[in-house]
Every structure is written in C-alpha cells, then in structure tokens.
Design a protein around this ligand. Structure first.
Ligand code: PGA
Length: 254
C-alpha cells in the first residue's frame, strides 16, 4: 500500500495572528470534498495558538519551525519541546536557513532531534546541498553527511517517527525547482541510506521535496516513486495554492 502524502506548509517568518486566522477561515471552505493527503501547517510560534483555535474543526496538523534541545532554563528567546507538546505534532529542524543564517551545526540539530523524540514530537529533518556543492559534484556526499550527523544515535524504533525533507538550497525561494529526475535521484539515495540503517522502517519514512514546489510543478515532482510529499514555503501562504497542491497529490495516490 502506498503511503499517504504529507503536504506541509512552512510559513517561515510570515503571518501574524490576524493573518493566520484569515488563512484558516478561508482554508475551511476549501476542504470539501475531503482531502486524502495529510495536511500540515507550520506557522511562526506567535501564531500557533491562533492556528490551533481556528483549526479546531479541520483535520490539519500543526507544526513548529524550530525548537531548542533543552526543556527549560537560561536560553533567552528559545522555545522548549515541552511548550510545543500538545500544540503541535511536527517540528522542522535543520532547515538550510537555520544552518546558514543562524549558524546551526549538525551536532546541534542532532540534539534537537533527540529532544523532540523524547517529547514524542515528530521531527522533519531538512537536508540539502548548495549550488556550489552541486556544481562540484558533492550533492550526494553532503546529504550523506547531514544524514549521518543529524540522525546520530537514534534507534530503529525512533526512526519510524521521522520525516526527511530534501531541500536543495539553490531551489529555496528562488523560483528554480529541482527537476523531478534530480529530486528523485537524491530521494532514492536517502531511501537507500535509510534502508541500510533501518531496514524495517525505511520504506514507511516519508521523504518530502522542498524548494519552489507549487501547483504548476507538483504533478511531476510528487509522481516520483520516492517523493512522499512536499515542504512548501511561498506556495503555502495562500490557501488556494496550498490546497491545489494537496488535490494534485490526491490524484496521484488515489
Ligand atoms: P519555498 O520554500 O517553497 O518558498 O522555496 C521551501 C522551504 O524552504 O521549506
């Protein structure tokens, strides 16, 4: 049986509480007929309560865009996994914007991963190469290192709560998308890596593609055998375009 797609919106630093309310109110009207793919929205922390409130009647999962590995303490400006528990089911970690703009290392991302698993929150670990790395034929080795370091120390049991997002840095927010062939080659590589490590779980771990995914390219990307959904930035900010991608996904895996 094929997996259910996960269609996830990463809002980044967009939408205050009022805009979040408007989004969910609009979204509600777009959910009939029922969508089969799993839907997930990751708003900024300050909009999470509002999202949870206006999302009560829908089946949309909520996620956070970041977390700190410690449960509490002197970490000014940070958010604990304990605060997210009950409010979200997924948490994005290792996004390239956090790695490059905020200097997050794979070791730190690995600590976050363990903290999330302990709190029974589902991590979405992002991996992806830069344009320079791709041009130097280093894409596969970069992804392999990010998997090795990011997933260090997790058990096979814990692996079943994972989602991995492949987001080529050169495709994020640029309008430039990886071709379905490029994306599938990396996804197949990630699947193989997971199969070596977690033979029982590897096939059920969802692998998302991210990087300028939108309704005009969703069909080709989501049709690839190892692509199980999308992590969508720009195109998730507008309810119609987000839902259009989910409907395309539903058509592929009916
Ligand atoms: P994008 O962002 O769809 O705007 O390229 C994707 C992401 O960074 O998660």
């Amino acid at each position: 049986m094929s997996k259910r797609f996960l269609i996830a919106g990463n809002w980044k630093m967009n939408k205050n509480a009022q805009e979040t309310r408007a989004f969910f109110n609009q979204l509600k009207n777009l959910l009939t007929p029922t969508i089969q793919s799993e839907l997930l929205i990751c708003p900024p922390f300050t909009s999470l309560e509002t999202a949870a409130h206006y999302n009560q009647t829908t089946q949309i999962a909520l996620g956070a865009q970041n977390v700190h590995p410690e449960l509490k303490g002197a970490f000014t400006g940070e958010i604990s996994p304990a605060f997210l528990k009950g409010l979200v089911s997924y948490v994005i970690i290792g996004h390239s914007e956090r790695r490059t703009l905020f200097g997050e290392t794979s070791a730190f991302i690995n600590q976050k991963l363990h903290a999330l698993l302990s709190a029974e929150l589902k991590p979405i670990l992002c991996v992806g190469e830069s344009l320079q790395e791709r041009k130097q034929n280093k894409a596969f080795s970069v992804i392999e290192t990010e998997l090795e370091e990011g997933l260090k120390g997790i058990s096979a049991d814990q692996a079943s709560s994972l989602t991995i997002a492949y987001e080529p840095i050169w495709a994020i927010g640029t309008g430039e998308t990886a071709t379905p062939e490029i994306a599938e080659a990396i996804h197949a590589f990630i699947r193989k890596w997971l199969t070596n490590r977690f033979p029982q779980q590897a096939n059920s771990i969802r692998l998302l593609y991210g990087g300028s995914l939108k309704s005009s390219n969703a069909q080709h990307l989501l049709s690839q055998p190892n692509i199980d959904g999308g992590l969508i930035g720009g195109a998730s900010l507008e309810p119609n375009s987000f839902i259009e991608i989910a409907r395309i996904a539903d058509q592929i895996r009916k």
